[in-house]
Ligand binder design. Structure first.
Ligand SMILES: Cc1cc2nc3c(=O)[nH]c(=O)nc-3n(C[C@H](O)[C@H](O)[C@H](O)COP(=O)(O)O)c2cc1C
Length: 165
């Protein structure tokens, strides 16, 4: 698909079909993401792939609001970055996330960016959304997270499967 056509057609996914996203497809997406440029070159980004529905539910609960697409996604990808290798870490994670979104679109997948950085954590917890993510995902010392990419086959892309809902 031409890039112009791809970006014109791309729309965030909010409600995903239950169809699984294969390991092979996730591997392709991560390979594309691994070529994203970053401020100091190098290789500061790692990816956490979450398929466990209960863990995805807990990730959704890590922010007080605005995590709706995680309820339906089949797989969530959390890019994390080594702060010792990146000064412009938010920018680097944003570029990586954009690569993931485009790689998803090329594969007929919906992808929605769930922003966590600077957001409040679970109601009444007194911690931030990213602190909650650190606890849940056991993020290694020195790494930081910013967002979650919620991925699945978009309902709009397969209208013949509407009866699923
Ligand atoms: C930086 C960024 C942060 C976003 N954060 C969230 C979020 O926390 N929760 C959410 O449901 N959607 C989030 N979105 C998705 C947007 O709300 C919205 O779906 C998107 O801008 C519309 O894109 P479309 O052109 O694909 O329809 C975010 C998008 C971007 C680019």
């Amino acid at each position: 698909m031409e890039l112009l056509e791809l970006v014109k057609n791309r729309r965030d996914g909010f409600v995903f079909l239950p169809d699984p996203v294969s390991e092979e497809t996730v591997a392709e997406i991560l390979e594309i993401a691994s070529y994203a440029p970053c401020r100091w070159g190098g290789d500061p980004v790692r990816f956490i792939v979450v398929r466990n529905k209960e863990l995805i539910r807990q990730l959704a609960a890590s922010k007080s609001m605005g995590t709706g697409p995680l309820a339906f996604c089949n797989v969530a990808i959390v890019p994390m970055i080594d702060l010792r290798q990146s000064k412009l870490w938010r920018e680097d994670l944003s570029v990586v996330s954009t690569y993931i979104m485009l790689a998803c679109e090329e594969r007929g997948l919906g992808c929605n960016w769930i922003h966590m950085d600077g957001r409040m954590g679970p109601d009444g917890s007194g911690i931030t959304a990213t602190e909650a993510m650190h606890q849940l995902l056991d993020i290694p010392e020195g790494y930081e997270v910013m967002n979650i990419l919620a991925i699945g086959y978009n309902r709009k892309l397969q209208p013949e499967a509407e009866e699923v809902f």
